[in-house]
Design a protein around this ligand. Structure first.
Ligand code: BES
Ligand code: ZN
Ligand code: ZN
Length: 476
């Protein structure tokens, strides 16, 4: 695991990343005369970075100009990711960031650390492949301990979420997912209650049971609770995550290429929940937080639920299933109904819910809809910029609920194709009666190619967003 720490003295010949303010640069104690001239030349021609290899040490000069806002911080994260590659190619173990501004230093460290993630579990030659970088130092005696600690936690929590997403269904079925939650809870300090199939049946969670019908593996319903004694909120923040450990589409079968072939990612919402609870507990946030994850695969079997079936949900609503591939909303609806019991302050759900969200905005942002107050929405958007996990809000118009009207049951699970991310959210809204935000992460949860500090595969999107949002709630 990578470790970020503050140091107040530079070890000779360390590899350094020097953040240079292009507006004010004259010289630096870390650069020779020739290097200083090269830097001045580079600034003239508007270069963004320079790399010196002295044989003993690597010096990366990064050029930027103040102020450090969300846009420049993102550039620094990306620059950190680039440097991460060079460091590992050169088998270096550590690097020290030197910057005037702590916020800027933290952004470079974040990009470096997030880019250093690897998923090597199934590689037989993992020893050869493992990254050399293990230590990121920030040279500063003014940087806050809490900022460093929160950054380490956010990085680890993101790693945890990515690994959960990257684990294939051959390992990570619903039962195993619950085991992973227990391990994470034990390490971080939150409890995990797992309902088995018998309990889910006894509770009549009809959405989860219908999706699970074609499977040989039982479903689970997971309740993760973090309730420290010093919690400042009586009503919990509730996080709900789609835990479809594999989505074949069911009888409404998906095609394989660029569709079913990566549907191990369909539990990415549940990874956000577990990752955020890990972070909150590790940071000892004085907040009462509950995570809910309905988990199952969406398989094909003798007993699979079929298009045209009518099922009865946990809250008693009857649903005509017109497409078995719209399974996420069925399992989430039961969890959202359960959340009412908790009298929540706010419920945020995360789900790889619709291809429509991906078609609307691609992999660059999550589609967001919700009934929370404007103030809460503003806080969420502020966090979204702070961590650069972009959100696009869509409207919860009634017309989209009309699309879900059924001839035979209370509603169907299938809207019209257009704006499908909205009709899916309207379906979910039916099962809520509290301030609620929905995050359709189908686009950004899983990368098909490396994108700066976000690797191919699970990205962990949602974790840094929620951790930032909750951390700010904890200090309000
Ligand atoms: N898991 C998929 C959505 C998805 C798409 C996730 C792309 C990640 C990347 C979801 O269960 C699904 O299949 N949704 C259907 C719903 C439709 C039948 C109404 C879809 O979006 O096509
Ligand atoms: Zn599906
Ligand atoms: Zn799905």
């Amino acid at each position: 695991m990578i470790k970020i720490k503050a140091i107040n003295k530079l070890v000779e010949n360390s590899n350094i990343i020097l953040l240079i303010d292009t507006k004010t640069f004259k010289k630096s104690e870390y650069l020779s005369k020739e290097q200083t001239d090269a830097v001045k030349e580079a600034i003239k021609i508007d270069k963004k970075q320079l790399f010196f290899n002295t044989g003993f040490q690597h010096i990366f000069a990064l050029f930027s100009s103040t102020p450090f806002n969300w846009e420049t911080c993102e550039k620094l994260r990306k620059a950190g990711a680039k440097i991460c590659d060079i460091i590992n190619v050169n088998s270096k173990e550590n690097v020290t960031i030197i910057a005037q501004d702590n916020k800027a230093a933290l952004a470079v460290a974040e990009g470096l650390a997030l880019a250093n993630y690897q998923f090597l579990k199934y590689k037989t030659d993992k020893k050869k492949k493992i990254n050399s970088l293990t230590e990121i130092n920030i040279l500063s005696d003014k940087i806050s301990k809490k900022d460093i600690e929160h950054l380490n936690i956010a990085v680890n929590a993101t790693y945890i979420a990515r690994t959960l997403v990257n684990e294939p269904f051959s390992y990570l079925n619903a039962v195993q997912l619950s085991e992973e939650f227990k391990k994470i809870g034990k390490e971080a300090g939150f409890t995990v209650e797992v309902w088995n199939e018998a309990k889910i049946e006894a509770q009549k969670m009809g959405g989860i049971l219908a999706v699970n019908k074609g499977s040989k593996i039982p479903p689970t319903f997971n309740i993760m609770t973090y309730k420290p004694k010093n919690a400042i909120n009586k009503k919990p923040y509730v996080l709900v995550g789609k835990g479809v450990v594999y989505d074949t589409g069911g009888l409404s079968l998906k095609p394989t290429p660029m569709s079913m072939d990566y549907m191990k990612c369909d539990m990415a919402g549940s990874a956000v929940v577990a990752g955020t609870l890990y972070a909150a507990a590790k940071a000892e946030l004085p907040l009462y937080i509950v995570g809910l994850v309905p988990a199952t695969d969406n398989w094909i079997g003798e007993d699979s639920y079929a298009p045209g079936d009518v099922i009865t949900m946990y809250n008693g609503t009857t649903v005509e299933v017109l497409n078995t591939d719209a399974e996420g909303r069925l399992v989430l609806a039961d969890a959202l109904h359960y959340a009412k019991k908790l009298d929540p302050e706010l419920v945020c759900d995360f789900a790889t819910l619709t291809g429509a969200a991906v078609r609307a905005i691609g992999p660059y942002a999550s589609a967001t809809l919700g009934t929370a107050s404007d103030e809460v929405k503003q806080d969420i958007f502020d966090s979204s910029y702070a961590v650069f996990e972009r959100l696009v809000e869509f409207p919860l118009w009634e017309e989209y609920a009309d699309e879900l009207k059924s001839e035979v049951a209370d509603m169907t699970n299938l809207g019209k194709g257009e704006g499908g991310q909205i009709s899916a959210a309207k379906f979910l809204q039916h099962f809520t009666n509290y301030p609620w935000m929905h995050f359709d992460i189908a686009g950004p949860a899983f990368n098909h190619a490396v994108d700066a500090y976000k690797p191919k595969g699970g990205t962990g999107v949602g974790v840094r967003l929620m951790f930032d949002f909750l951390s700010k709630k904890a200090t309000k």
